[in-house]
Design a protein around this ligand. Structure first.
Ligand SMILES: Nc1ncnc2c1ncn2[C@@H]1O[C@H](COP(=O)(O)OP(=O)(O)OP(=O)(O)O)[C@@H](O)[C@H]1O
Length: 281
């Protein structure tokens, strides 16, 4: 059955039975789920009737729907060995109809592959948005955020694949900014999102040195002071608090003697967990 016929069928079933209808896109990576989903969505938006509510057109603007898809792709898709634009999360998009007319939508996402934020296999990239940020931020903001090109960041260059043929990260960044405008994110809100992304990149470049305490206990010492300061500045938190988080097991304990030092692997785990947590937010 043709994709659009499937959409027509679901719609007519909705009207005739009054029951919710589901269309499931499944298949292996690069089989076309995302592309076909987008086409079906456009079709349903374009053909949505005005309904009996006297609306001239659906209350959701097609450009808003497209903008949401654009943002989800930048933040949730990445280049893998199978697909230059592989989605790394699942989602349920609900189209809401009222008296036969399209009245809204909501997207529930699940299972974002957060491990990609800290680690990529050979030939793969982190989520697109990081590369777009490095390529597309205006130079004044780059200076303000301490951001350089993507090759400088451990979290971006493990796959040894910084660019995707035929895709301009710089142009995509403008597209994402426009999409965020369309959705209704203020300049301040957008700035906050970009600050957090920049903080994650700096965090990934924080490294540690093994250290022996006077009592012979193993501990770690933070390397990369400037990166720590960048992260603290971008997240607007106290750098000493950040140092505590990254080097001690119990950050709540203020007494120096009670602090339990981490070894290097534990410290890297804490750093990576923090990065994933920030991205997940
Ligand atoms: N209907 C289509 N018309 C043209 N090209 C298509 C179509 N469907 C898929 N493609 C091509 O195949 C590529 C992979 O498709 P898509 O990203 O939709 O796969 P997917 O099943 O969503 O993959 P993943 O599970 O990795 O996210 C697209 O980038 C596009 O080049």
């Amino acid at each position: 059955r043709h994709l659009f016929a499937l959409g027509d069928h679901a719609y007519s079933q909705l009207l005739s039975t009054g029951q919710n209808q589901s269309i499931i896109f499944s298949g292996e990576s690069a089989s076309g789920k995302t592309e076909n989903f987008k086409r079906l969505l456009s079709y349903l938006m374009e053909t949505a009737p005005t309904g009996s509510l006297g609306q001239k057109r659906p209350r959701i603007r097609p450009d808003q729907m497209t903008a949401v898809q654009t943002v989800l792709e930048s933040f949730g898709h990445a280049r893998t060995m199978k697909n230059n634009n592989a989605s790394r999360f699942g989602n349920v998009t609900e189209l809401l109809y009222k008296q036969g007319a399209l009245s809204g939508f909501q997207i529930k996402d699940f299972l974002l592959e957060k491990s990609r934020v800290i680690m990529q296999n050979a030939g793969e990239r982190n989520f697109h948005i990081f590369y777009e940020l490095c390529a597309g931020l205006p130079s004044a903001t780059k200076t303000k955020f301490g951001i350089k090109s993507a090759q400088n960041y451990f979290y971006l260059n493990q796959g040894k694949c910084l660019e995707i043929a035929g895709r301009s990260d710089e142009e995509r960044f403008t597209t994402v900014q426009n999409a965020l405008d369309t959705i209704g994110f203020s300049q301040d809100q957008q700035h906050t999102v970009f600050r957090v992304l920049a903080a994650i990149l700096h965090l990934g470049n924080v490294f540690f040195r093994q250290k022996k305490l006077p009592n012979e206990q193993e501990a770690v010492e933070l390397g990369g002071e400037s990166e720590i300061n960048w992260v603290a500045y971008l997240l607007q938190i106290d750098p000493d608090h950040l140092r505590d988080i990254l080097t001690t097991k119990d950050t709540e304990v203020k007494s120096e003697r009670a602090i339990v030092p981490l070894d290097i692997n534990q410290a890297l785990d804490v750093r990576d967990e923090l990065a994933q947590l920030l991205y997940g937010q």
